[in-house]
Design a binder for this molecule. Structure first.
Ligand code: ADP
Ligand code: ASP
Ligand code: MG
Length: 437
């Protein structure tokens, strides 16, 4: 079994949806994971925000305008009146449902239900389209198997059991379709795997049933060696190890959801990043033995980082101090990304600031605290193991003209990270690119 995930732009128009059949081989057993049609999740976020703010009129206008795009898409996708009618009934149902949620008490629970409608629509539309052109397919409802626990961690074994049971119902079927991004939480409510989460779905599905391969189809020919939105002349990387890909995804390479490498890595399922616009391009293979001899592989950047500097001359050297600090972050389920220490101070960074106020209050018991908002982590991935030398110096030399807030080296063999103000990000990425590649 192979898993093929198509992102928003890959299902962004009638033409693209029809084009998927050049890629999906209908003779192979495979699960196709779809994102919402491009722009839909952003629109649903806006609609949810309007409802939360009590701006019902604005929300209804936004719903109407977004629904218009689907009417156009359906018109171009379906050839028969029957196909069009079914598809129009479907989107009427979903948009009416979204509108009806605004009549009730609208809380973050309803907001997540609104966000889930995009993937529910795209997958059913694709299923209806296949039906119209006579290709058999089975819809697997992600809400029946994709589950996260009370810590928002996916329950891989549970997912595998449920999914295998669903697959056994139709042993002769080849093509399955399911929703990316959406899941149920520990309360059984509709939830999601965070923005860009369809990659994570594909990896979880592939890991949980130990698929042969996971393919992530998007709008670019693989993982590039720097952010192509910021830097010119970036090039795709043919082969990455799971560790290298995980670092790049976690530290901001948008082509992959930050968590999406881990399930595939744990169950050793290779991942390919491929381009829907150029299916013949080699793309990137991510696998166990992906490492090449090239010492510096790629650069990525993660924005909206908050740095917390704790100055504590009294306590830092006392054993148990760091544990007490880390426990505060653990209690508020806030992951720490980078950390540096000196004799009298410790600095760390977080990107989830939901509990920042509470955290600062507790950390202030230990000493003086300074917060820097709007920081960026720039991460250079390559072979920085003990046997290679000089590479970290080259990284620092490339950014010597910029004010660095923190430097992290030695945490893993694959990564050197620096923290700087967001205003220096573009210059840092370009300068590193020019000097390292
Ligand atoms: P999808 O909707 O298919 O999930 P995304 O927009 O989430 O697609 O991810 C693909 C985009 O990621 C590319 O269009 C590219 O602009 C961006 N991107 C950022 N960093 C990288 C990188 N290092 N390599 C490739 N693409 C990257
Ligand atoms: N549709 C979701 C989003 O836009 C999930 C995804 O595209 O991966 O975030
Ligand atoms: Mg994405």
């Amino acid at each position: 079994m192979k898993i093929l995930k198509f992102g928003g732009t890959s299902v962004g128009s009638a033409e693209r949806i029809k084009g998927l059949l050049d890629i999906v081989n209908t003779d192979d057993r495979q699960i196709v994971v779809l994102s919402a049609v491009a722009g839909t999740t952003n629109a649903l976020v806006e609609i949810g925000q309007s409802f939360l703010l009590g701006k019902t009129g604005t929300a209804l206008d936004q719903i109407k305008s977004h629904k218009g795009k689907y009417i156009e898409l359906i018109d171009q996708l379906f050839a028969s009146d029957l196909g069009r009618e079914k598809a129009n009934n479907l989107i009427n149902y979903h948009f009416n449902y979204i509108s009806s949620l605004g009549n009730e008490m609208f809380t973050p629970v309803e907001e997540k239900i609104v966000l889930a409608q995009g993937e529910l629509m795209s997958t059913t539309l694709f299923h209806f389209y296949l039906e119209e052109i006579g290709i058999p397919s089975v819809l697997l409802p992600a809400l029946d198997f994709m589950k996260i626990d009370q810590d928002n961690e996916p329950m891989v074994e549970y997912i595998g059991e449920k999914l295998n049971a669903l697959l056994e119902i139709t042993p002769d079927n080849k093509l399955y379709i399911t929703q990316g991004f959406i899941c149920r939480n520990s309360f059984g409510e509709i939830d999601n795997l965070r923005r860009g989460g369809s990659d994570y779905t594909a990896s979880l599905v592939g890991a949980s049933i130990q698929a042969e391969e996971i393919q992530i189809w998007t709008d670019i020919d693989g993982m590039h060696n720097n952010d192509p939105r910021v830097v010119k002349n970036t090039t795709p990387i043919a082969h990455l190890s799971f560790d290298e890909a995980a670092e790049l995804a976690y530290f901001g390479a948008k082509i992959l959801h930050p968590q999406s490498v881990f399930p595939a890595q744990r169950y050793n399922v290779p991942v390919r990043l491929l381009n829907t616009m150029d299916p013949a391009a080699a793309g990137t293979l991510i696998s166990k033995d992906g490492k090449s001899s090239k010492q510096i592989r790629a650069i990525a950047a993660k924005d909206e980082i908050t740095a917390i500097h704790i100055h504590s001359s009294r306590m830092l050297l006392a054993y148990g101090f760091l544990r007490k600090v880390f426990e505060i972050f653990e209690r508020y389920k806030t992951p720490i990304d980078m950390i540096t220490t000196s004799e009298v101070a410790v600095s760390l960074t977080i990107d989830d600031t939901r509990y920042l106020g509470e955290i600062i209050k507790e950390v202030e018991d230990f000493g003086r605290v300074r917060i820097d908002h709007n920081q960026t982590i720039v991460c250079v991935v390559g072979d920085f193991g003990a046997n290679s030398h000089g590479y970290a110096a080259r990284v620092l030399d490339a950014v010597k003209h910029l004010p660095l807030q923190m430097i992290s080296y030695g945490g893993s063999d694959y990564n050197v990270s620096i923290l700087l103000g967001h205003e220096y990000k573009v210059e840092a990425l370009r300068s590193l690119h020019n000097r390292l590649f």
